[in-house]
Design a protein around this ligand. Structure first.
Ligand SMILES: [Mn+2]
Length: 277
């Protein structure tokens, strides 16, 4: 009998042979409403065991795409050190020609991820799915936190597009970063690699209630799938999925939704070209 650490579904490749690399970052440092993201990577891995590895939507099987699960980064260092670790790991993975899939943790980790990805590819555009604009310059005295993360990312990347936003503080509503799903393909720059940041609160909380800051009126599951489809012509270098709060997910459906979206995204974006529908 052998034992193995909890890993994401079908992620059985060694790092060297992998095309997609899963990395957990159970960071929970600047949460403002209710907690839980520290438990998210483990909850997503556990939930991934309940779903099939085959994507009927994208006609690909996760087990045929080389996926490695590196486990979790230590989230207990200073915030700046954790973000530097994320930056270093994501940079290393992208430079090796692999696609990182970062499982948060709070949304703040995206800042480390886009720094690492941008350093690896030169220029980068960020597509964020988020109920909140996350564009404050400062929040409760902090310049780097979940409520300012997309502003800090905007200072790093070449371009930022946010879809799904429906909660604003007021000062940012006229900024040109917001897009409707239907115009996504024309708003993204076809010449620039893309980082995809999926804040689970972009989904409707009726479908995905286990998030830190639920906001009514969000995307359906299939609208998110539609965004993955729209991204297929672009060079997506990596993604993160953040803000799952397992304590507020009593049925477990939010963790399953997160796991399923990770599988669909990997199959949509990184399945070998010959299998692409
Ligand atoms: Mn967010």
């Amino acid at each position: 009998m052998s034992t193995r650490p909890l890993s994401f579904l079908a992620a059985d490749r060694p790092y060297e042979a992998a095309e997609v690399v899963i990395l957990g970052v159970p960071l929970e440092r600047t949460v403002s409403y209710r907690g839980g993201p520290a438990q998210a990577p483990a909850a997503i891995r556990l939930a991934s065991d309940s779903v099939e590895s085959y994507s009927a939507l994208f006609q690909a099987d996760l087990s045929e795409i080389g996926v490695c699960d590196l486990g979790d980064l230590d989230p207990h260092a200073s915030l700046s050190d954790v973000l530097h670790s994320v930056e270093r790991e994501v940079g290393r993975i992208v430079r090796a020609g692999k696609a990182p899939v970062v499982l948060g943790g709070e949304h703040t980790i995206t800042l480390g991820a886009v720094r690492g990805a941008q350093a690896a590819v030169g220029k980068l555009q960020l597509l964020a799915l988020d109920a909140h604009s996350d564009l404050r310059d400062e929040y409760e005295g902090a310049r780097v936190c979940h409520a300012t993360v997309l502003r800090r990312c905007q200072e790093v990347v070449e371009g930022l597009i946010i879809v799904g936003a429906r909660s604003f503080y007021g000062g940012e509503v006229d900024e040109p970063v917001f897009a409707r799903v239907e115009e996504l393909a024309e708003r993204l720059d076809p010449a620039l690699p893309v980082w995809l940041s999926l804040d689970l609160d972009a989904l409707d909380p009726a479908l995905c209630p286990g998030v830190t800051n639920p906001e009514p009126g969000g995307f359906s599951y299939h609208q998110v799938i539609g965004i993955f489809k729209a991204l297929r012509p672009f060079r997506v270098v990596g993604m993160d999925l953040v803000e799952l709060a397992p304590p507020y997910d009593p049925s477990g459906v939010s963790a399953v939704t997160a796991a399923k979206l990770v599988i669909e995204a990997i199959c949509a974006l990184w399945a070998p070209a010959r299998k692409r529908a």
